[in-house]
Design a protein around this ligand. Structure first.
Ligand code: DSN
Length: 434
């Protein structure tokens, strides 16, 4: 190529600094934040520089309503290639009959799946939000609860696990048109075969919201829902480590319905830079190294949950099989809200979270949720996760309203800085002018 401009216009912080110093400072400040602390939000990860390069490319400029070879605009030859490559990778990686990479987010993917499978007013059975579900699983403040007749299933109070007999009873009683499994704060494996059998018994569609765990599926660390579900919705930015966005996998017979539900029913032009970045992430996820990563994510989450349990902080359901643990803080006497704030002062980022049958409102919450996607990307393994558990346990108990608590949080922040210095986020030197 004789081109005098680079084939893609990658992230150029010097350019950003001179054009918009204010936003440049925000971008660099966020990089500093990532590097200075521990990122334990279970729905986040640290994308590769290759994913960032695709995201920061000129593909952001292109309007491409439609699908490869069937666009409403000219000039789509290059983006057609990006999307076709990404779709092939998605189908091959997950063994799916059909894929769609255009949903802007996990919630958008779920909206499209509803649009493809059910009509407004029809009955949907999904996990209750306070028990680990998602807003799009029937919450009254969301389209799913407003436009559909949503029935929720809880987890059992004694085991904090899904009770498949109870789900079957609810399905028999309510005869939903759509059953959804998948969650944002359920640390255990989900029995997709059981859900398939329940859906078949009541003649319902089965949608799996795999937003949280699709990366573990990609890496072979947990069983795949693809053979059991009619439609699998996912995000691409959690353990899968791609750009922020959504993805749908489905059986071939649902291909046309799903594609039409994404565009033109619920979305307009796709974000082609994001689609290309999803393709990059899918290539990365197909490598053997990603399988090792996914397995380590689970080992790290188990180590973290065990370490917190030893420190007197009870993991909901007794532990985890996945990338996340939900921790009940009632015995410690600290709310999830206060724990989140204390940890933040110690440079540990995590989120407050409702636990099943939580007596507190969601903005207070009795628990915290921790996930190991980011720290595993940074190269941490079991020895470091034991240290992380100790640091969290100390931070949660340190009251910043006291002199001793403030001193303790400062000391923990120092220990965090030392730990992450050995396992930096985005380790390549970045020496951009400020
Ligand atoms: N906000 C995401 C999470 O943290 O789980 C779900 O949408």
């Amino acid at each position: 190529m004789d081109s005098v401009v680079p084939p893609f216009w990658g992230p150029d912080f010097d350019e950003l600094s001179s054009t918009d110093p204010e936003i440049a400072q925000v971008v660099l400040g966020e990089l500093d934040r990532l590097r200075a602390g521990l990122q334990l939000i279970a729905s986040e990860n640290l994308t590769s520089p290759a994913v960032l390069a695709a995201l920061g490319s000129t593909l952001t400029n292109k309007y491409a309503e439609g699908y490869p070879g069937r666009r409403y605009y000219g000039g789509c030859a290059q983006v057609d290639q990006a999307e076709t490559i990404g779709l092939t990778r998605a189908r091959e990686l997950f063994g799916a009959g059909h894929a769609n990479l255009q949903p802007h987010s996990g919630a958008s993917a779920n909206l499209a799946a509803y649009a493809a499978l059910v009509a407004p007013g029809e009955k949907v059975l999904a996990m209750e939000l306070p028990h680990g579900g998602h807003l799009t699983h029937g919450s009254r403040v969301n389209f799913s609860g407003r436009w559909f007749d949503a029935v929720g299933y809880p987890v059992r109070a004694d085991t904090e696990l899904i009770d498949y007999d109870q789900v079957r009873d609810l399905a028999r009683r309510h005869r939903p048109k759509l059953i959804i499994c998948g969650a944002t704060a359920y640390p255990r494996l989900i029995d997709f075969a059981a859900f398939r059998s329940i859906a078949d018994e009541v003649d319902a569609y089965l949608m799996v919201d795999a937003a949280h765990f699709i990366g573990l599926v990609a890496g072979g660390a947990i069983p795949s829902p693809v053979p059991y579900a009619d439609v699998v919705c996912a995000t691409t930015h959690k353990v899968l480590r791609g750009p922020r966005g959504g993805m749908i996998l489905c059986r071939a017979e649902f291909a046309e319905r799903i594609d039409k539900a994404v565009f033109p029913f619920t979305q307009g032009g796709p974000l082609m830079h994001a689609v290309a970045a999803k393709a990059v992430a899918l290539r990365e996820a197909a490598r053997p190294a990603f399988g090792e990563y996914a397995a380590q994510v689970v080992r790290n989450a188990r180590t973290l949950a065990d370490g917190l349990a030893e420190a007197g902080m009870r993991p909901v359901s007794g532990g985890t099989d996945t990338h996340l643990a939900l921790i009940d803080l009632r015995e410690v006497g600290v709310s999830g809200r206060d724990a989140e704030a204390r940890c933040e002062l110690a440079r540990i980022t995590l989120n407050k979270n409702a636990i099943p049958y939580d007596p507190q409102p969601p903005m207070t919450a009795s628990g915290i949720r921790v996930g190991t996607g980011c720290v595993t990307t940074q190269g941490m393994t079991e020895p470091q996760l034991r240290v992380v558990a100790e640091l969290i346990a100390r931070a949660v108990r340190a009251d910043p309203a006291t002199v001793a608590g403030t001193a303790e949080l400062t000391e923990i922040a120092g220990a965090v800085t030392e730990l992450v210095a050995e396992f930096p986020a985005y380790p390549r030197p970045v020496e951009y002018s400020r």
